[in-house]
Design a binder for this molecule. Structure first.
Ligand code: FE2
Length: 273
């Protein structure tokens, strides 16, 4: 099973680099479409758009409609829940069972659980007490398969960059960390938000952050040929070994074919800076 993990496209119609952000998003989807073997699923871990506007979501949903693999999205701090739901409701997985966009995807050897850590109007994340019960229910709904969890805000201490914690309160982060560990079935947690690669642990669960797709918003240092090339992650699942994460550098018109791929395991440290 191959998961293509993208994050933080921050589409905006009014930003000076609006066109660049569109191109970064479009070239990433085009590259994922060309993968051989193909990705089974694409997960976008939020900050899909920058201002939460319906017009921005219209652009994002048009770009994602070009993806060959099924796409699942969840909200980041720049997203607007209602507008996100409206834009991506067609496939049914965002059906509102609560205020929050927390859901499971059951179509693969690894169950996928997407969690909503958005606290509207705030940059940092939140995980409410009422979400804990729903998360445990989602985990318990099917005991047989392992689970990969996707969040926007990483629920672990990020030791690169100025901000080590990305939740509003330590209680909120602890609630989520505790719930993830309560059953022994979550085998990986994949997040975004930090705009650079990072890795950590939630108890014994390995966790990682994918850099942002929007190259103009990326943190860390990149050499000139890399500056306009988005980075995303492929999480490959093997029943014996669990997940191996590969960082992929998207080809742009000017990049040579042999520059396209670098491998990292674990997922941290690559394309970081
Ligand atoms: Fe974010």
């Amino acid at each position: 099973m191959i998961i293509a993990h993208i994050s933080d496209t921050h589409l905006a119609l009014d930003a000076p680099d609006a066109e660049r952000r569109m191109r970064d998003f479009a070239s990433t989807i085009a590259e994922i479409n060309a993968l051989d073997p193909a990705a089974d699923v694409i997960v976008h871990t939020g900050d899909i758009v920058h201002n939460g506007h319906p017009e921005e979501y219209a652009q994002a949903s048009a770009l994602l409609a070009k993806a060959r693999a099924p796409v699942y999205v969840l909200p980041g701090n720049k997203d607007n829940r209602a507008n996100l739901r409206a834009a991506f409701s067609a496939r049914g997985y965002l059906a509102a069972v609560s205020e929050f966009i927390d859901y499971a995807v059951e179509d693969y050897p690894v169950r996928l659980i997407a969690l909503d850590t958005l606290k509207q109007g705030r940059n940092r994340g939140e995980f409410r007490p009422e979400q804990v019960r729903h998360l445990i229910e989602l985990i318990d709904a099917e005991p047989g398969r392992p689970i990969a969890v996707f969040t926007h805000h990483p629920p672990f201490e990020v030791t690169v960059g100025p901000d080590r914690f990305h939740f509003e309160t330590m209680d909120g982060m602890a609630r989520l960390r505790d719930a993830l560990q309560r059953r022994a079935r979550v085998i990986a947690v994949f997040s975004g938000h930090v705009h650079r690669a990072a890795a950590g642990l939630i108890g014994r669960i390995p966790a990682s952050v994918v850099p942002c797709i929007a190259t103009t918003l990326r943190k860390g240092e990149y050499s000139p040929p890399m500056k306009t090339r988005p980075v995303y992650h492929l999480h490959r699942y093997d029943p014996a070994w669990g997940f191996a994460t590969e960082s992929r550098i998207v080809r742009t018109d000017s990049s040579a074919p042999d520059e396209r791929k670098i491998v990292s395991a674990p997922a941290a440290s690559l394309a970081d800076g």
